[in-house]
Design a protein around this ligand. Structure first.
Ligand SMILES: Cc1cc2nc3c(=O)[nH]c(=O)nc-3n(C[C@H](O)[C@H](O)[C@H](O)COP(=O)(O)OP(=O)(O)OC[C@H]3O[C@@H](n4cnc5c(N)ncnc54)[C@H](O)[C@@H]3O)c2cc1C
Length: 430
């Protein structure tokens, strides 16, 4: 049996960040990285550009090819870890062999939820989670005039935006009363819906797809979908984007699992030598003060870095993450973080905006606990920094949604004492 000092399952945001940090602490221990995908690490948020612009995976790679060799990483692509025996410190690979490890990281990410709609596996129905999904969508486009995207979350909108750019007529069907309902409040959702409509999308909210049909007989490609009110929408492509779920299958027999793999402050699971990070795990949400699945790229990177350092023997605590997201769809920038719905009993809100623009910051006990921006998102990095550091902002809260917001518009006592911290400057520039 081959044995490694470290094994990382996954080869994306969390895995690469962990490996990088691990190698800063320990240069030599053997490190095996496994990915069931056939590609070296790439940016998942960029896969839509393959559909919209034909961008190749080389333009999406998050580390240069030499990274693996230079970092002493043995990368095995197209290799799935099939089962874990945490007590024996072994992993069984799908091709049959067993590998041993001293320390293991599960950076297994998430998988698209497949809604149980009759016809969901017909030809012409796609998920949108990997570069290969984007390739499959792009290669089917010559046969498509109309696509239906099921789900108005950020992955659905990413697919819809890319398809519109290719001249495809797009209908977005969302079960909730509004799109991006987890990321935005009602006012901002409305602005995004207007932007989607202005780009040519039809947005149908409060509706469910009840079947995906193939009117020309079994084995042919999808020809329409039917909604719960009986409306039939002709289409040659369906994209399923109703959400993702953490990939916990390796952990479920051995480790504590809630919605995601449960980790402590050190990103360590219920087994001392097994760590987890990214979409696969639930970790500390510094806004809500609870353990939460926060399936966004920055959390995978920051949590992965802590896991990597601790796997190599340090004792670093994860300061926590939150549901931070910034997206550019339908020619509109949107960003949000933390709590997005205010509640007049416990929160204080500052709001500003005009046509097509919206800025809202939510405070509790004088501290920022959430924000929603649409239109101009240039200063969100700075607000996120204030949020993360739990800076009291009640004395200058109106500045947070003003045109003049910048480091220098904050009280001097704040930036003078913090300006030496490089991370403050970096956040402020985002
Ligand atoms: C279309 C799209 C757009 C997005 N846009 C944004 C955005 O704008 N901003 C943002 O913050 N986030 C965005 N996200 C989410 C972001 O991509 C994820 O939060 C991030 O990729 C999570 O990183 P991760 O390392 O945890 O896991 P993942 O990126 O999911 O990678 C996990 C990897 O592990 C592999 N794996 C899993 N199990 C096994 C196994 N048993 N054996 C071997 N390999 C395995 C998987 O195949 C996968 O390659 C987007 C996601 C998608 C799909």
């Amino acid at each position: 049996m081959e044995h490694y000092r470290y094994i990382i399952v996954g080869n994306s945001a969390g895995a690469i960040s962990a490996a990088r940090e691990l190698r800063k602490v320990e240069e030599s221990g053997s490190l095996l990285m496994l990915s069931e995908e056939p590609h070296a690490a790439y940016s998942r948020p960029l896969i839509a550009k393959h559909v919209s612009e034909g961008k190749d995976i080389a333009a999406m790679q998050i580390v240069p090819h030499e990274f693996y060799g230079n970092s002493g990483i043995e990368l095995r692509l197209s290799t799935r870890a099939a089962s874990l025996d945490a007590a024996a410190h072994t992993l069984q690979l799908a091709e049959g062999s067993v590998v041993g490890w001293d320390r293991l990281l599960l950076a297994t990410g998430s998988t698209p939820i497949i809604p149980p709609i009759p016809g969901n596996s017909r030809s012409g129905v796609y998920t949108f989670a990997t570069y290969d999904d984007a390739k499959a969508v792009a290669s089917h486009l010559p046969a498509v005039r109309h696509a239906v995207v099921i789900g108005g979350g950020f992955i659905g909108l990413s697919a819809a935006d890319a398809l519109l750019k290719r001249g495809i007529a797009v209908t977005i069907v969302e079960m909730q009363p509004r799109i991006l309902s987890q990321m935005l409040d009602a006012a901002a959702s409305c602005i995004v819906e207007d932007a989607a409509a202005a780009s040519g999308a039809v947005v149908m909210t409060g509706r469910r797809v009840t079947s995906i049909d193939d009117d020309k007989g079994p084995g042919t490609s999808v020809t329409s979908v039917v909604l719960d009110d009986g409306t039939r929408i002709p289409c040659e492509m369906v994209v399923l984007a109703v959400g993702v779920r953490p990939r916990t299958e390796l952990a479920s027999r051995n480790l504590s699992v809630g919605r995601g793999i449960i980790v402590d402050e050190q990103m360590q699971t219920s087994c001392a030598d097994v760590f987890a990070c990214g979409d696969a795990c639930q970790s500390r949400d510094f806004v809500r003060g609870v353990s939460n699945v926060m399936a966004v790229w920055p959390n995978a990177v920051t949590g992965g870095a802590v896991a990597g350092a601790n796997m190599a023997g340090l004792s670093r605590a994860y300061e926590g993450g939150t549901t931070l997201n910034a997206l550019p769809y339908f020619g509109l920038s949107i960003a949000s973080a933390g709590v997005v719905e205010d509640d007049s009993a416990t929160t204080d809100v500052v709001v500003a905006g005009g046509k097509g623009s919206y800025r809202k910051v939510i405070l509790r006990n004088g501290v920022v606990i959430g924000m929603v921006f649409a239109g101009d998102t240039g200063r969100c990095g700075l607000i996120h920094m204030l949020m993360k550091r739990k800076v009291r902002v009640d004395s200058f809260k109106n500045v947070l949604v003003s045109d003049s917001l910048g480091l220098l518009s904050l009280p001097p006592s704040l930036w003078q004492e913090q300006v030496t911290g490089q991370d403050v400057l970096d956040s402020g520039k985002q």
